[in-house]
Design a protein around this ligand. Structure first.
Ligand SMILES: O=c1ccn([C@@H]2O[C@H](COP(=O)(O)OP(=O)(O)O)[C@@H](O)[C@H]2O)c(=O)[nH]1
Ligand SMILES: O=C(O)[C@@H](COP(=O)(O)O)O[C@H]1O[C@H](CO)[C@@H](O)[C@H](O)[C@H]1O
Length: 363
């Protein structure tokens, strides 16, 4: 039975109920709701958090049975890292353990040798714009993920970014563990320590800048039931195909935050889980690029607030983001900076199941 995201009773354990009962004696409604959410989150953490080493690949092969598994890697200009990721998955989870049935790299309009490197490592490579080609192509990571979902057939789908350093096969076994052993779990997010490595210097927990400055505060404000996710924007996650094909995919960087909100609303908190994958290092983008990512995530969150009837706003937010860059010449606006204006308009793909009936699913 799936509780709705806003069903405060839902699935609760005895500790949570005891805490609520004690508080109900003394607190006002506001405090009760606040503590109920906190108790709900703590209860969820106890029941829906695992570690990657809770399962071995051999155990998961046994649990897998007749089910099939696809790994989708979105990759735009990832020639430096995508090959090692593919080789690691194939060696450990295709050849040594028959856990993964297909590894698909979605070449997301790369300008480098990403496609050749991925194919050379043994991946199936699909060009983002070649999948469901009659549809006009969209730009962004979420588009690559949606096209990867369309181009694969696995009952379970694992998404792994293509820009990871020090990737291990445990990322995949950890994400699959809850899905292969608990029928109530539909979607699993990875979490990890996220160092920020720049100019040879590493800040042990400096990564996940948009997570810490934008996504976490806003999710806590508007969907506090999701507060237990350690890494809500993690790029490594997995889900059941029938669930993934029933939700929209925001075409750009809003895809991860929209998944969490939409799944909370339609499947309930207990259908979601997270797994400790240890540490994650990846190629970092510039602060200005993350500013655009942050804008896309904020617009996505506002779109969901509006869509779920929680934002009464006569004037929708502007999608235009103005940023300032050192350099350029002849600015003509009196400030010694080059003015950059980016249109962050939220575009999204509908649930795949509404575009193509499951029966027509192609490999
Ligand atoms: O239009 C895009 C943008 C990103 N990506 C891929 O999505 C993953 C995460 O994107 P990125 O590294 O840009 O995000 P970050 O990790 O810096 O937040 C990487 O494998 C990118 O190559 C993609 O396939 N298409
Ligand atoms: O978590 C974050 O703040 C951003 C940026 O991370 P860094 O500050 O470069 O470590 O990275 C994530 O966000 C993107 C948007 O959701 C995801 O698509 C990426 O996979 C993820 O790395």
């Amino acid at each position: 039975m799936h509780t709705t995201g806003n069903d405060m009773v839902g699935t609760t354990d005895s500790a949570e109920l005891a805490e609520l009962a004690e508080l109900a004696e003394t607190a006002g409604v506001a405090e009760l709701t606040e503590v109920a959410v906190a108790a709900r989150v703590r209860s969820w953490l106890r029941r829906r958090s695992w570690r990657a080493d809770d399962w071995t690949a051999a155990e998961l092969v046994a649990a897998k049975g007749a089910r099939t598994v696809s790994v989708v890697i979105p990759a735009r200009d990832e020639e430096a890292t995508v090959g090692e990721i593919v080789r690691t998955i194939r060696a450990s989870l295709v050849q040594r353990h028959a856990l993964v049935d297909e590894v698909v790299v979605v070449d997301s309009r790369s300008r480098d040798a990403t496609a050749a490197v991925a194919a050379g490592a043994g991946a199936t490579v699909v060009a983002q714009d070649s999948v469901l080609a009659p549809l006009p192509g969209l730009t962004g990571k979420g588009e690559a993920l949606w096209k990867g979902l369309a181009a694969t057939t696995g009952d379970l789908v694992v998404f792994v970014d293509g820009d990871l350093f020090d990737f291990t096969a445990d990322y995949v076994t950890g994400l699959l563990g809850p899905l292969l052993t608990d029928a109530d779990v539909d979607y699993v997010k990875g979490f990890y320590h996220r160092p920020l490595v720049a100019e040879g210097r590493a800040d042990a927990d400096g990564g996940g800048r948009v997570t810490e400055l934008v996504a976490r505060p806003l999710l806590n404000m508007y969907w506090p039931q999701l507060a237990g996710f350690v890494q809500p924007l993690a790029g490594e996650y997995a889900g059941r195909r029938e669930v993934l094909e029933a939700i929209p995919f925001v075409a750009h960087y809003g895809v991860e935050v929209a998944h969490l909100i939409d799944l909370l609303e339609c499947r309930g908190l207990d259908a979601l889980a997270q797994v400790d994958l240890g540490i994650r290092t990846h190629r970092h983008q510039s602060t200005q690029a993350l500013g655009r990512m942050a804008g896309q995530i904020m617009l996505t969150i506002m779109d969901r607030l509006d869509g779920y009837g929680r934002l009464l706003s006569a004037e929708p937010p502007s999608p235009l983001l103005a940023q300032f860059r050192r350099g350029g010449s002849g600015h003509g606006h009196g400030v010694d900076r080059e003015l950059l204006v980016t249109d962050l308009t939220v575009r999204q793909r509908p649930p795949l199941s509404t575009v193509r009936p499951a029966a027509a699913r192609t490999g």
